[in-house]
Ligand binder design. Sequence first.
Ligand SMILES: Cc1cc2nc3c(=O)[nH]c(=O)nc-3n(C[C@H](O)[C@H](O)[C@H](O)COP(=O)(O)OP(=O)(O)OC[C@H]3O[C@@H](n4cnc5c(N)ncnc54)[C@H](O)[C@@H]3O)c2cc1C
Length: 701
Amino acid sequence: MHAGARPPPLGRDHDRPGPRLRRPRLRRREVRRLLGTTVHRHDHPVRPRSGHGAAGQACPLLLRAVRPVRTGGGLLGRGSARGVRRCRGAHTRRVRAWHRGPDPAPAGARAAGHRGDRRYPRGQHLPRRAAAVAVVPAAPRPGRGGLPDAVARLLPLRLVDAVRRRHFRRPGPAGRAPGAGRSADSRHGRWRERGGALNGRVAIVGGGHNGLVAAALLARSGRDVVLFEARPELGGLASTRELIPGHRVDAGSHDLGMFRRSVMEELELAGHGLELIEAPAVAAVPATADSSAVVLWPEVGRTVEGLGGVSRRDAAAWPGFVFELAERAATLEPLLSRPLELADIGGLLIAPEVLRALSSPLEESLRERFENRSLLAGLCGVALPATGLGPRANGTGWPLLFHCALGGSDRLAPVVRAQGGAGALASALATSAAASGAEIRTGVAVSRILVDSGRVAGVQLADGERIEAGAVISTATPSVTFLELLGASVLEPRFVRRLLNVKYRGAAARLALSLDGLPAFRGLERPALTGRIVLAEQPDDIERAADAAKYRRLPDRPWIEAALPTTLDPSLAPAGRHLLLATVHHLPFDLDGGWDAGGPELLARVAAELERWAPGIGGLVREHALLLPTDFEADYGATAGGLHHGEMNPSQSLWLRPTASAWAGEPLPASGLWLGGAGCHPGGGLTGLPGTIAAVSLLRG
Ligand SMILES: Cc1cc2nc3c(=O)[nH]c(=O)nc-3n(C[C@H](O)[C@H](O)[C@H](O)COP(=O)(O)OP(=O)(O)OC[C@H]3O[C@@H](n4cnc5c(N)ncnc54)[C@H](O)[C@@H]3O)c2cc1C
């Protein structure tokens, strides 16, 4: 191994045992340029096999070098060592580099499993299809220089003896003899997943709505399912909590407009207590001193009638806009509702209008049709929550199409609420799952996803209990799943790099207000108050908020997506009270100066803004509760407070969600592991689709 610019001296390369290699990454040429000639060593201490013959062929790799560390009191475990590396310089332990040394197999029953974690996934490895994971380089010694700051960068390395070897005559993960369960049509000798993973238990990490959907679908298909949710209540970012005494407050999402009706029917959620209420209005922008109110209704004619009083041009353009949107959304909808196949790319490419619409700046494409700034603000307010992007950014057409494709394309993202709050969806899902035999455990955090010989073996809980499982579906964010639960050390460096590059922008805060009465938003009657109330005068208000977030500042005038759920379901608040949920979007997670000072400042700015839109509302407020972006991360594991487990833009959607090398339905770094949360295809929102796709993919094997 060589860390510097010069080629390594002959005979001083490191070989590595080659565990967990999965995909083609570096071509030989690229490495030769970096490394020059390499000599294969036959007696390297960390290489477990012979270097002779075809199997001794060199294979170039990119490796992330890490050093084992130990404290004055002894070796650190993997978990604590990671902590030490992360806060280099800030820890109190005395740490020094250490060479692994001899590692003989122990006597007894465990002998065959010795170094089991170094085997290739699925017990095999394809020629020239290799990518690397972390490797522990030997300590410096005379003749071999040290690796300066080895943890921090990737090191090119030639792997000897990586290919065409399988572990013949060794027992498999579950005591299975190699060859057993091998499919006849498997030309590359791959092990079939079906035997191992699917006959065993499925562990699900996270009891948000996606985890519950997956649990219910799998249990219904006869799988043995156990779900773990860290919080005491189910629902995740769509849970209902008593944040204000006597009130049922939705902590996150409260709109079921995109939730799949097919899943609802399949799981018989109505029979399990779910009752939906569709709001008469889709979105409304109240009047200001110099603009009239605009209301968007599900019915095209009703919207046209209202727009007629605001802008004749816009009223005339509305039916055509809705029709075209419906057409484009219909092209997209099938891609969002099932595991993706490569053929789908072709389908998208032959729909240039869809490509243009999803890649353009939203404001620009809306201005091609409409002129009224409140209407433009309303449409941007429907599309852009939680994207982290201002309406002038490329790619902001995507979220509007997404909402329409999943919300019922002919009705422009209708608002649908659950009687009793969004948590009622989680309750119905949990009841359905339990009725089919799933075990649901709340207040139980998963601390690790266990992997043995490249495939999932179960999960370890925070209290140390180990639960065996043949497959794991994680609905935690991709960062939490891979970097915390699985551990970066078992991942390819390229994959880790891609994970670190996933954007989680799009943080928000949720302010819940208990009001003595219905607030008077200018120009809006009661039915118009049932949907989204967009408090932005024009798209520029959203653009400026996005700009402020970019520079880690609070917006001078936050834009707010407000809702009055008690207009549809009075049971959410004590008699005579109304509940206002104000979601403040486009906030920075890493606010300059921190959220301890920023929280009260945000509250003051939001209160001033609400007063501007609904004069006198301040006098109605009895109690309030505020959830900040940091609360969403701390309470729900939502990385960087992102509402959708990753920004929703074209560069992180479809085959690119969460990364280009791992999308829903694709095998992940450990065989038997599936992503099933909002961080994977098709993305965030209360759709139930990521959970469905994970369950379907797992059942298909
Ligand atoms: C303020 C706000 C407003 C929103 N508004 C809307 C909206 O209007 N419309 C819409 O469609 N969407 C909205 N969303 C987004 C939507 O709520 C989410 O995208 C969706 O709920 C994600 O569901 P999920 O099941 O994939 O993940 P989550 O709901 O995040 O569930 C993941 C669960 O995993 C648990 N977990 C994490 N790590 C572990 C672990 N190690 N062990 C055990 N459990 C673990 C978490 O506690 C959590 O319960 C909003 C979100 C927020 C926060």
